[in-house]
Every structure is written in structure tokens, then in C-alpha cells.
Design a protein around this ligand. Structure first.
Ligand SMILES: *[C@@H]1O[C@H](CO)[C@@H](O)[C@H](O)[C@H]1NC(C)=O
Length: 565
């Protein structure tokens, strides 16, 4: 315990414990009359660049007179998302009306005016919180000819209360004051309390946008993908059943022929490569690490989506990210297990190196966040868990129990048509899976890059399931063609043909950037493409692992059923 405490900042430990308890305990948001209500100032930034945010007080706003506040707790998720709450200094008490009161003056000199003018030109707006409810307001306004700039100086707060809980907040900005250098601008606020019928549980509903997320298009796309799945699964199973049955019949007929006939007979097809299909893939170290990571990403997505379906994670700042980090750490044995057992099956010896490789990949991602805390989790939680998973994987399912023996000498790969080349198969493989998810991608991107709260996790779950089924079907078909062309390099081909979905998603993100958003500036642009690259890579590794897993079950099945002499 001491070691644990020394390694982790104690706030982090309490974070994790809080996170665990959050599901059980109902967080308290009860107030008594005249109890202090804190207005937190969060960030300010341009409307069109949602991720470009600065501290509210980085603009020369002034702070109210009240200085003391009760305890404030920040979670890891909040810190990573850049939530930096600062006290506004406004004196607000539960159910106590405040008439328009000046809380401070801005001494507007030239630099301060320039700062405000810059902010107004770029449509800056700010965000605040009262009792975890977000409030948005705009900084100011320019007149039509763009010469005069005005600041909104009066924050009119209307707070809805139901019993002893805050259920609604409205902000109206008034008091337009022209920005003239070397003047004093008084900032004022007022608070009005109203009785409201909104239930506490429903107080976030007004931030959701059902007309956007439950639009006909969304339902239609799900239905569409669903039909595609049924069609695809039907098609794949029909084709495979028929051709495989034919193949088996042909192979068993050949069994009965004598050697003389067999030499003359036309032996071709996937059976020919039985001595090579289970040959370890090239670069087994990287391959098994990728599969391990993909399995982990898949389980993280699955668990986080299920948690988000049960709990309304959007009501708690940063809880989505905290949950994801927690689940990620907790599922690292999955990574070790699948990666380790695959590596062992492929005859890998350097398993320590493999663990480190699995591990380094992750820590590299965490550097993005530039957070010591995340690296601590990385080294002291994920590494040991990964180790446990790998040892389990090597010992429980690390034996190479393939249905066919691997020949000592690799078979030469015959010439084949251009469209049977692995590179072509890889490029084409991603099209159908991408087609099944791209509408959902639009909704996910919009909620991440614009001001919409994603809440339809049921849809997301369906899409994930559909994506997995489509990916597996497509890779199985690809692999069947490849093996039939007597090319046994199916491991990487199946992985990459599924992973190429991510390339299409990344290309789609370019379209989205140029036609669906109004982001600008080097900072935001690099941020956008960087994040999209990370997202696409994770998606690609996940799809690749799912595709490979499905295909390897298929390959195992067909070679178990055929008699090999
Ligand atoms: C906030 O505004 C909405 C929409 O105008 C209104 O329905 C609601 O009653 C207002 N809430 C309060 C507390 O004034």
C-alpha cells in the first residue's frame, strides 16, 4: 500500500476509487436555502474550433469580490480534457434573488481592448458551470461594418430549482458596451430563482439534440447496414457452403484415385497449401502485438459503450474519458493473453521483448496527453497486468495445435491474376466495412468536433456489432480467394484487408474537415488530423484483429474437415 501511495498521487487513487463507487453511490447535488452555489468559469475559445480553448481569465475579464469557496475536486478525465475551472467570484446563494449588481470593473487599456477585439472577431464564446450544468455565453459582438466592437457586460442568470436541487440554468447576455480604450467597463450579474418541474434526472435532456441524433437518416442507415449484414452473411455462407462442399467432394474423389491418376488429375485449390497455411506469419512479433492490441481495443470499446448505455456518462464532466482509461488499464490482460498466446503458437521465443513491445506502443500514445499520471498507470498497472495476461496466454493456449503439419520447405507461390494479389485484396477489403459505418462516423465526428453531446450509444453498439460481422465476412471471402490461388500468406492479408477500413475512415475525415466544419488555424488543423490519425489507427487495429480472429477460425475449420494425406 505504501508503495502504491508513493507511486500514485493520492488524488489519482481516490479518482479510481470514486469512479468505482460512482456507479453505486448517487452523487449529491442537494442544497439548503442560502447555501453557497458556485459559478465556475471554464474556458473561452472560438466557436468554430471547439478544441481550441483557453482559460476564461486568459481574456482580461475581471474577478468578483468573493474569494473563498468550498472544496473543489478534479478528476483525471477532466484534467486530460483540459477542463480548468476557476472561481468566478460571484456571490450566489441558493434561492436568493440578486438584482443587477456590479461585481467588478475592467480598466480597459489598449492591450486589453485589443485582446477583446481579437476574441470578438473570432467569435469567441465562453463556458461556465453551475452545479455541473454547462452554460455558454458569447463574449461580444461586432457591428456590421466591423469597426466598432461591443462587449456583453451583464450576465442574467435564471436558475430553475425543484425542491432542493438545481435542475435548469439559463443565461441571457445583456448590457452591450462599446470597447473604447481607457474607459472603465462595469461587469454585472443578476440571479433569479424559478420553480421548475424538470426532474433532476432529466436536467441534461435539454442539451441533447434528438432531432439531430434520431434523425430519419440515422435510423435509415442502421436499417440499411443491417440489411447489408443479413445479405452478406447469407451470401458468404451460401457461397462457402456450396464451394466448400464441392471442394471436399473433389478432394475425396482424388483420395480414391491411385497415384497414377492423381498425377494426371487436376489438383488445385486451397488444399494444396495445407503444408503452409499454418506457417508462422512474417514478423510474428509485430503481428501478435497488433492482434493483442486489437483484441484489447475491441473489448474496451465494447465495455465502454455498454457502460455508457447504462449510465448517462455525459452528465459528469470527463467521466467518459476516466471510464475509458480505467477500462483500458483493467483489460490489459486481454492484450497480453491474445498477443502472448498467438506469439507462442507461432513459435516465438522472445516473449519478454514481445511484452515490452505491446507495452511501449501504449505509452507512446499516452505521451500525447503529456500526463505523468497516465504514464504511471501505464507502467505500474498496465505492465504487470499485461505480464499476467501474457503468461496466462502462453501457458493456457500457447501450444501450436494446428490441424495440419507445416512443411519444412515453403511452397513457391504460383503466378496469379492481378486482382488476386494480396495488395489488391487489402485495398478492396475495407470498402464494405467502411460503407456500413460511415454514417455513424458522421454522427460521432460531429459530436466530437462540434457542440453536440453524443448520447445514442444503442446505435453505436449496433454499429459496432454490424462492423464486426461485415469485417469477418469480408475477410473470410478474401482469404478463401487467396488460399484458392494457392497463396498461403493469409495472416497479414486478412489483418490488413480488415484494417484498410481505417484508411477509408481517415480519407472520410478529410472530406468532413473541408465540407462539414469551419475550423481554421494551424493549431486546430494539426490537432484535428492528429486525433483522427490516432482514432483511425485504433479502429484499424481493432478491425484487423477482429478480421484475423474470424478468419483464423474459418481456416482452422476448413483444414480440419479435409483429409490430408
Ligand atoms: C430557460 O429557457 C427555456 C427555453 O426558453 C424555458 O423553457 C425555461 O423555463 C427557462 N428556465 C428558467 C429557469 O428560466
Amino acid at each position: 500500500v505504501f508503495f502504491f501511495e508513493a507511486v500514485f498521487p493520492s488524488s489519482m487513487v481516490s479518482d479510481f476509487i470514486l469512479l468505482l463507487l460512482e456507479g453505486l453511490a448517487i452523487s449529491h447535488h442537494f442544497y439548503t436555502d442560502k447555501e453557497e452555489v458556485v459559478l465556475w468559469m471554464n474556458t473561452v475559445g472560438p466557436y468554430h474550433n471547439r478544441q481550441e480553448t483557453y482559460k476564461y481569465f486568459s481574456l482580461p475579464f475581471c474577478v468578483g469580490t468573493k474569494k473563498t469557496i468550498s472544496h473543489y475536486h478534479e478528476t483525471l478525465g477532466e484534467a486530460l480534457q483540459g477542463v480548468e475551472l476557476e472561481f468566478s467570484g460571484l456571490d450566489i446563494k441558493y434561492k436568493e434573488e440578486v438584482l443587477q449588481t456590479t461585481y467588478c470593473d475592467i480598466e480597459l487599456d489598449k492591450p486589453k481592448r485589443d485582446a477583446f477585439v481579437y476574441a470578438i472577431k473570432n467569435h469567441y464564446w465562453y463556458q461556465m458551470y453551475i452545479d455541473d450544468l454547462p452554460i455558454w455565453g458569447i463574449v461580444g459582438e461586432a457591428d456590421e461594418n466591423g469597426e466598432d466592437y461591443y462587449l456583453w457586460t451583464y450576465k442574467k442568470l435564471e436558475i430553475g430549482q425543484n425542491g432542493n436541487r438545481i435542475v435548469d440554468v439559463n443565461l441571457t447576455s445583456e448590457g452591450k458596451v462599446k470597447l473604447v480604450p481607457n474607459t472603465r467597463i462595469p461587469m454585472s450579474y443578476s440571479v433569479k430563482w424559478k420553480k421548475s418541474d424538470v426532474k433532476f434526472e432529466d436536467r441534461f435532456d435539454k442539451y441533447l439534440d434528438p432531432s439531430f441524433f434520431q434523425h430519419r437518416i440515422h435510423w435509415f442507415s442502421i436499417f440499411n447496414s443491417f440489411m447489408m449484414v443479413i445479405f452478406l452473411v447469407g451470401l458468404v455462407s451460401m457461397i462457402l457452403m456450396r464451394t466448400l462442399r464441392k471442394d471436399y467432394a473433389r478432394y475425396s474423389k482424388e483420395e480414391e484415385m491411385d497415384d497414377m491418376d492423381r498425377d494426371l488429375g487436376d489438383e488445385y485449390g486451397w488444399k494444396q497449401v495445407h503444408g503452409d497455411v499454418f506457417r508462422p506469419s512474417s514478423h510474428p512479433l509485430i503481428f501478435s502485438s497488433l492482434i493483442g492490441s486489437g483484441c484489447q481495443i475491441f473489448s474496451v470499446s465494447l465495455i465502454v459503450i455498454i457502460v455508457a448505455m447504462i449510465e448517462d456518462l455525459y452528465t459528469e464532466r470527463g467521466s467518459m474519458l476516466s471510464t475509458a482509461i480505467f477500462v483500458y488499464a483493467a483489460t490489459s490482460p486481454v492484450n497480453g493473453y491474445f498477443g502472448g498466446s498467438l506469439y507462442a503458437k507461432q513459435g516465438g521465443r522472445r516473449w519478454i521483448k514481445q511484452i515490452l513491445l505491446l507495452h511501449l506502443k501504449k505509452c507512446h500514445i499516452s505521451h500525447l496527453f503529456d500526463q505523468v499520471a497516465v504514464c504511471c498507470i501505464c507502467f505500474f498497472v498496465i505492465l504487470p497486468l499485461n505480464l499476467v495476461g501474457t503468461i496466462l496466454g502462453r501457458n493456457l493456449s500457447g501450444q501450436p495445435n494446428f490441424p495440419c503439419r507445416v512443411n519444412a520447405v515453403p511452397r513457391p507461390i504460383p503466378e496469379k491474376k492481378w486482382f488476386m494479389e494480396p495488395a489488391v485484396i487489402v485495398c478492396l477489403g475495407g470498402i464494405l466495412p467502411f460503407g456500413s459505418i460511415f454514417i455513424e462516423m458522421y454522427f460521432i465526428f460531429t459530436s466530437f468536433w462540434a457542440y453536440k453531446i453524443y448520447y445514442v450509444y444503442g446505435f453505436m453498439m449496433l454499429v459496432l456489432v454490424i462492423l464486426c460481422i461485415v469485417t469477418v465476412c469480408v475477410t473470410i471471402v478474401c482469404t478463401y480467394f487467396l488460399l484458392n490461388a494457392e497463396d498461403y500468406r493469409w495472416q497479414w492479408t486478412s489483418f490488413l484487408s480488415a484494417a484498410s477500413t481505417a484508411v477509408y475512415v481517415y480519407m472520410y475525415s478529410f472530406y468532413y474537415y473541408f465540407f462539414k466544419t469551419k475550423m481554421y488555424g494551424l493549431f486546430q488543423t494539426s490537432f484535428y488530423f492528429g486525433y483522427m490519425a490516432v482514432f483511425s489507427t485504433a479502429l484499424g487495429i481493432m478491425c484487423g484483429a477482429v478480421g484475423y480472429m474470424g478468419t483464423s477460425a474459418f481456416v482452422r475449420k476448413i483444414y480440419t474437415n479435409v483429409k490430408i494425406d
